[in-house]
Design a protein around this ligand. Structure first.
Ligand SMILES: C[S@@+](CC[C@H](N)C(=O)[O-])C[C@H]1O[C@@H](n2cnc3c(N)ncnc32)[C@H](O)[C@@H]1O
Length: 448
């Protein structure tokens, strides 16, 4: 493997191994309950890529089983020996044949596991586990964490394995913080899951499902497919929003941002072996390690109130007169050179009275209210919408270095009158251009 590939593999392995804090899970789930106390009522919730011995999702859902009105809670864990993060320090198990399972030298089953009658020394590091909660096993009159039952899975608990796919198909709601390196694959995995609604097909027609959804407050706007897919609530990085496979889901209102995280960073637990080289790490009084991660968001198709609150915006005239942004105040907005839309560089500067297409920053998704705006496209991927193809350009970078490139076609372009100093611009003949950051193309919804 080349040095670069090794580094990026190490980075993604590292990014896969951090654990969500209880308070963050609680805050997010409470937002859905505030909106609709029956959000999880009678439902089977699956928490894949989890592990109650490490992480807090299972703990939260088990402790709140009755309050949420769950029918069944299932969580699965991924075998320690399969975790990429620990591969560097693994040792061979078994008879040492190529492909024999490996286990990290540090690996130590928890006391909880070792004291369970089903504990198996040969399986502990190489098999995933399944934890199920659906009845009061200890007959103490309530269903909670103490009633959680577990066994080893047949395989390592990979979410793509047949046995975990079956659990996905059984579930109504999937909740987790999946491995970041596999986020897009994980989301696709959820969406390809057979939905309960589809299985119930004969009993519930598509119209019936739509009517039921609309009766909840006519919240779903512009969906091409009115049948709810599986419901989900997963953590991912903001970077995923603009990708070819994820962005169309935002566009169709099949996916939106969760309620509670909209900026800044969040703290996650990490294994003690995790290199604390990034800014913003902490070790608590019990020796637990934490890091702060930027750009984290909840991605969901569960309804919550916040996304139906429209942005409060000023008219175009007022923005130009009073905007807090120096580059707009007294200056105004510009149109793209390669698409018929107005460039709006700040979400809070969207002009309330503009009826045409606008390009807004990706962070708009944090404030997107589907009753207020329609998402029409994205300038990064374009989906064929750009109205111009530029020939090769000369890129002039901040130091004045010149280079032939073809990058302009990858995004929204603004024409400029004068060369820039200390910032990159592009030249084609005598014309000069800059490229904006990726923009989401939106249009106001006006009631007819
Ligand atoms: C970002 S961590 C989050 C863990 C837990 N859900 C939480 O939030 O506390 C993702 C977990 O998925 C595990 N994982 C990695 N690849 C996996 C796969 N293919 N199938 C299932 N789990 C996997 C990682 O080992 C890691 O424990």
């Amino acid at each position: 493997m080349s040095k670069n590939k090794t580094l990026s593999a190490a980075k993604s392995a590292k990014n896969d191994e951090f654990y969500t804090q209880y308070a963050d899970i609680q805050k997010e789930i409470n937002a859905y309950l505030d909106y609709d106390p029956d959000t999880f009522m009678g439902k089977t919730v699956l928490l894949p890529c989890d592990d109650p011995e490490w992480s807090k999702f299972t703990r939260f859902f088990a402790e709140n089983f009755e309050r949420l009105g769950l029918k069944k809670l299932i969580s699965t864990s991924y075998a320690a020996a399969s975790k990429k993060f620990f591969n560097a320090e693994t040792q061979r198990l078994g008879d040492g044949r190529a492909g024999a399972p490996r286990t990290p030298s540090w690996y130590q089953p928890t006391l909880f596991e070792q004291e369970s009658p089903q504990f198996d020394e040969k399986k502990t590091a190489v098999r995933g586990k399944i934890f199920v909660l659906d009845h009061d096993t200890n007959a103490n009159g309530r269903i909670d964490l103490d009633d959680l039952e577990w066994k080893y899975l047949e395989g390592d608990g990979d979410f793509r394995s047949e046995e975990v796919c079956k659990l996905r198909d059984e579930a109504d709601v999937i909740v987790t913080n999946p491995p970041f390196s596999l986020f897009r694959e994980f989301l696709a995995w959820i969406l390809e899951g057979e939905s309960l609604t589809q299985r119930r097909g004969e009993a519930e027609s598509a119209e019936g499902v739509l009517a039921a959804k609309n009766a909840k407050g006519a919240k779903s706007v512009g969906r091409d497919d009115p049948i709810a897919p599986k419901q989900f609530l997963i953590i991912g990085n903001m970077n995923a929003t603009t990708t070819k496979d994820v962005f169309p889901l935002f566009m169709r209102n099949d996916l939106w941002m969760g309620e509670s995280i909209h900026s800044g960073d969040r703290e996650f637990g990490v294994p003690k072996e995790y290199p604390l080289d990034a800014a913003g790490w902490r070790v608590d009084e019990n020796g637990n390690h934490f890091i702060r991660v930027k750009g984290v968001r909840w991605f969901t198709n569960l309804e919550h109130g916040r996304r139906h609150q429209p942005l409060e915006l000023m008219s175009m005239e007022d923005n130009i007169r009073y905007s807090k942004h120096k580059d707009l105040r007294g200056v105004g907005y510009r149109h793209y050179d390669n698409f018929d839309a107005l460039d709006v560089p700040y979400t809070d500067a969207i002009p309330a009275d503009y009826d045409g297409m606008m390009g807004v920053p990706v962070s708009f998704l944090d404030r997107y209210c589907p009753e207020q705006f329609e998402i029409v496209g994205i300038t990064k991927t374009w989906f064929g919408a750009a109205t111009k193809t530029y020939p090769e350009q000369v890129q002039v970078d901040a130091n004045g270095t010149r280079k032939a490139v073809t990058k302009l076609n990858d995004g929204a372009v603004l024409k400029i009158d004068e060369p820039l100093h200390g910032a990159t611009y592009y030249e084609i003949g005598d014309d000069k251009f800059i490229q904006t950051y990726p923009r989401i193309l939106i249009r106001a919804r006006r009631s007819k």
